[in-house]
Design a protein around this ligand. Structure first.
Ligand SMILES: [Ca+2]
Length: 525
């Protein structure tokens, strides 16, 4: 019944998709509707492409995911990804299929979302310091603060800001209720003896009960908050899930969805780094996450891929619990749901795992809006940036605009997913290194002036660096115009995953990298 009523919208939706991206539409068709049990669809009563209910100031439920790349059903990044609740949410609103994080690392990415400013403006590049240590952000009105000023009740649960980024004494300044952000419980001994002995760099079946997992507890806390919201004013509730971030744990039933012998590994070209600059290695010079070579030698590639798929599916089920609770609260039709992941994750592509790179695998993320004023069953392929969330929510919630934000409202695409968008998506990985992503191209410029250029239409894996091909010189010159004009100095106290470059020398976490030093872990065993 639902399918026949919606057939017009679906035909339009499929028309939006390019030939190579029909898989996304297929997933929305199959899982968006099959996922109805996951997230019911109270807005469906007739063939309305945009929800008709327009409250003056709708609520906001923001769902933040950690390290989830495009291995999501409707994005088609992995053929075995099972994310029915994400897919159902995408089907209820507008999904951005070409959305990118502003930094390939938690702290700078989240700082950018909540400030609406680029890392190159704030100088927040590493895992430390927190946003308020940036001279630019000391007194800056962050997104939840702005909603609070406009009369919203604000609350957060789970990992929303990066862990430790906001000192405990200051948390009530950021959200009226700054709820707990429990960590994943750890077993007594690591399951996987990775080259790094960091306990969090681990994957496997744990804890035995879903209800012991941090994301379950965070969903519980947020659901409890939904039951006790102030009645007289709208709410802004942010909920941050940790999976599929390391440690990638889930109970047995989630692993059972993905038998190890059936796991499909991501496509990898072993010579892929032959045409990437040496400087590209400096962005992830020395990480706790193992390289592909180690995974292969230790028979951990499939187990890691399996854990990532399993952890993602469990986290997805918690999105379902959250949205179902919102429906049960009676507030669903009056609430904007916005979902994003802070960056992606490599699972062997480009010979690495983890993030800290300027390729699609690190920058490409899910971004979904659903609710009043948002077209349904729609996918935009225009480049979008996570820092667009701030001005977009202001518009969707009918709040006064504010000057100085560096993103652009996505309202045109939320009304009509085919609406063009003139701006590329820009990702910055430490000062001096940025990628410019358009619908067709990815251009990367490193601090030592080395470069990469990829044609995403013919090379979605970004295997063939075209930057030396004179046929593309004008394309490259055009893309370069979108690079940051200047990079703010790293904020005082910058540390962890920091890369600086001066007088021809690169420094990883403050330590000089000799120009002939072997790449750490490349031959790990
Ligand atoms: Ca390559």
């Amino acid at each position: 019944m639902m399918l026949s009523r919606k057939s017009g919208s679906l035909a339009r939706l499929i028309n939006f998709m390019s030939h190579t991206r029909k898989i996304g539409a297929l997933f929305l068709l199959v899982f968006g509707f099959a996922g109805a049990a996951c997230v019911a669809d109270p807005l469906t009563n007739g063939d309305k492409s945009v929800a008709s209910h327009h409250p003056t100031h709708p609520n906001v439920l923001m769902i933040v995911i950690d390290d989830l790349n495009d291995w999501v059903g409707y994005l088609g990044g992995h053929p075995q990804a099972r994310t029915p609740c994400l897919d159902a949410l995408a089907a209820q609103g507008t999904a951005f299929a070409n959305a990118h994080a502003q930094a390939p690392l938690c702290n700078p990415s989240r700082t950018s979302v909540f400030s609406g400013l680029r890392p190159s403006t704030t100088g927040i590049y590493g895992l430390r310091p927190g946003p308020r240590q940036s001279p630019v952000l000391r007194d800056w009105i962050m997104l939840p603060q702005y909603f609070s000023q406009q009369g919203y009740f604000t609350a957060c649960y789970g990992k929303v800001y990066h862990d430790g980024a906001i000192p405990a004494a200051d948390r009530a300044n950021e959200f009226a209720v700054f709820g707990p952000a429990p960590g994943m419980p750890l077993p007594g001994r690591k399951f996987v003896n990775t080259p790094s002995n960091m306990k969090a760099v681990d994957w496997g079946v744990y804890p035995l009960l879903d209800s012991r997992s941090c994301d379950w507890i965070t969903a519980d806390n947020a659901i409890a908050q939904m039951a006790t919201l102030p009645k007289e004013r709208p709410f802004f509730l942010a909920v941050g899930f940790r999976l599929p971030h390391l440690p990638i744990f889930a109970s047995q039933k989630w692993f059972d969805l993905f038998p190890e012998d059936k796991i499909v590994l991501p496509p990898v070209l072993y010579q892929d780094r032959d045409d990437t600059p040496r400087f590209s290695w400096y962005l992830h010079w020395d990480l706790p996450e193992p390289r592909l070579g180690w995974l292969e030698k230790n028979h951990q590639w499939k187990p890691l891929v399996r854990a990532y798929l399993a952890g993602t599916s469990f986290m997805d089920s918690q999105i379902g619990r959250l949205v179902n609770a919102l429906q049960a609260s009676g507030q669903y039709t009056n609430t904007i749901v916005v979902l994003w992941s802070d960056q992606g994750w490599h699972l062997g592509e480009k010979l690495i795992t983890g993030k800290n790179s300027l390729w699609d695998r690190s920058t490409h993320v899910p971004l979904i809006f659903a609710g009043p004023g948002v077209a349904r069953l729609a996918i935009s392929h225009e480049p979008a940036e996570l820092l667009d969330i701030y001005p977009t929510l202001i518009d969707l919630c009918g709040l006064p605009g504010r000057a100085g934000l560096e993103g652009h409202s996505l309202i045109p695409q939320l009304r009509d997913a085919q609406a063009p968008r003139p701006w590329p998506a820009i990702t910055t990985a430490n000062a001096g290194n940025s990628a410019v992503r358009t619908s067709r191209w990815r251009y990367i410029h490193y601090a030592d002036n080395s470069e990469e250029l990829y044609d995403e239409r013919t090379d979605s894996h970004e295997w063939t660096n075209l930057v030396s091909d004179l046929d593309y010189a004008r394309t490259k010159a055009g893309l370069m115009q979108s690079l940051p004009v200047r990079y703010a100095d790293p904020s005082p106290g910058s540390a962890e995953r920091t890369l600086t470059y001066s007088n021809g020398v690169a420094f990883w976490e403050g330590k000089a990298i000799p120009p002939d030093a072997p790449i750490p872990g490349l031959d790990q065993d």
